[in-house]
Design a protein around this ligand. Structure first.
Ligand code: TXA
Ligand code: MG
Length: 343
């Protein structure tokens, strides 16, 4: 496999990337949420390469990225009015819809389920590549399974550089955490269900479709037995290798001091304003939720690389605006410190 490494998002590189994808190779794809590891969604052999590169179990389905809403019916067998309304409102953007699939969608993409996840990403380089390629690209986040999602081209090259024909450098991802996943495949029985919270909130969705989606946990009472599998729903995910704990703001500085005094090399991910004992490695995160999400994975990567024994993360507000960030921090804390195959 050619290893062209990280290349700027310019026309000739977009064309080479489209060619590599047509040849069944993998490409590191910038999106507004996180970087994806893209393959031709119609090519099962190419899609299998994604699973091999990530070390991801084969039954975890992938999101198909489309150039535009008008290709939706090529992938989804049933397109409810809610899907069209949400696509018009939020695409290109960080919302993935789960719909009944067209029969031709490979089992490798859907994890053998009768549904497919689709979204149109809001990144100029992603849209340019999708337009040049002309069809759907299956792309999970471009990290090893269970680990921290990449938000720069360098993150992708570090983690999966050997597996890709090239990584298109689209800069740091604006949103910084993965798309909201909304299940519209069980509207009759469960209504709309948010499987993974993200930047598009339940309220924003309700404003478009006139119905408030349930959260995953709420929906579990209502037919959870058939709930689709979602890798992001595993308790341990998005995790650093260093053990990590969430600590309430008022207790953070004291806890960091106590750990340090006990000889524990301690790092802290704090929100603006706090002060800490000398010797604690501190990353200050923006206080606003958009800024916090944008920087979250890069902050966790930096702390994970700082040769620490423990990362303390200042707990974030309980307000719904912080749901997606709280979700990622909770899973990162559960998965932190575990070996790859334990996550
Ligand atoms: O923002 C994003 O969604 C990023 C960028 C690259 O688009 N992608 C991403 O992909 O986060 P991944 O594979 O890391 O997470 C996709 C999630 C997985 O948890 C998967 O289980 C779920 O989407 N998913 C995909 N297709 C599904 C389906 N048919 N039913 C249920 N869940 C599905
Ligand atoms: Mg992922």
């Amino acid at each position: 496999m050619r290893l062209l490494g990280v290349v700027p998002a310019q026309e000739d590189n977009i064309q080479s990337a489209a060619e590599a994808l047509r040849a069944g190779e993998l490409v590191g794809l910038p999106t507004e949420t996180v970087y994806g590891l893209a393959a031709d969604a119609r090519n099962p052999v190419a899609v299998r390469r994604i699973f091999a590169a990530k070390g991801r179990p084969a039954d975890h389905p992938l999101i198909v990225h489309l150039p535009a809403l008008d290709q939706l019916s090529q992938w989804a067998a049933a397109v409810p009015v809610e899907a069209v309304a949400l696509g018009r409102a939020f695409w290109p953007g960080p919302l993935t819809l789960i719909l009944k699939r067209q029969p031709h969608v490979p089992d490798e993409v859907t994890g053998g389920q009768d549904t497919v996840g689709v979204r149109v990403p809001a990144h100029p380089a992603a849209l340019a590549l999708l337009a040049a390629f002309g069809s759907g690209l299956a792309a999970p986040s471009a990290n090893r399974f269970g680990r921290i999602s990449p938000t720069t081209a360098a993150h992708v090259a570090e983690e999966l550089g050997d597996a890709v024909a090239m990584v298109i450098d689209g800069g740091a991802c604006e949103v910084g955490i993965e798309s909201t996943i909304l299940d519209l495949s069980r509207l009759d029985t469960c209504g709309p269900v948010i499987l993974r919270p993200g930047a598009i909130s339940a309220d924003a969705i309700a404003a478009v479709i006139g119905q408030r989606p349930l959260g995953r946990a709420e929906s579990e009472g209502a037919g959870g037995a058939q709930a689709p599998r979602v890798a992001g729903a595993l308790a341990a995910h998005y995790a650093p290798r260093t053990p990590m704990r969430l600590v309430e703001p008022a207790a953070l500085a004291d806890e960091a001091g106590r750990q340090l005094a006990a000889g524990v090399r301690t790092g802290v991910l704090a929100r603006a304003g706090a002060s800490f004992p000398r010797g604690v490695t501190v990353r200050m995160a923006p206080a606003d939720v958009e800024g916090y999400a944008h920087a979250l994975y890069a902050n966790l990567r930096d702390l994970d690389a700082a040769e620490l024994d423990l990362i303390l993360v200042e707990a974030v507000p309980l307000e719904t605006a912080w749901d997606a960030v709280r979700d990622r921090l909770g899973r990162a804390a559960v998965g932190a410190g575990l070996e790859q195959d334990e996550t």
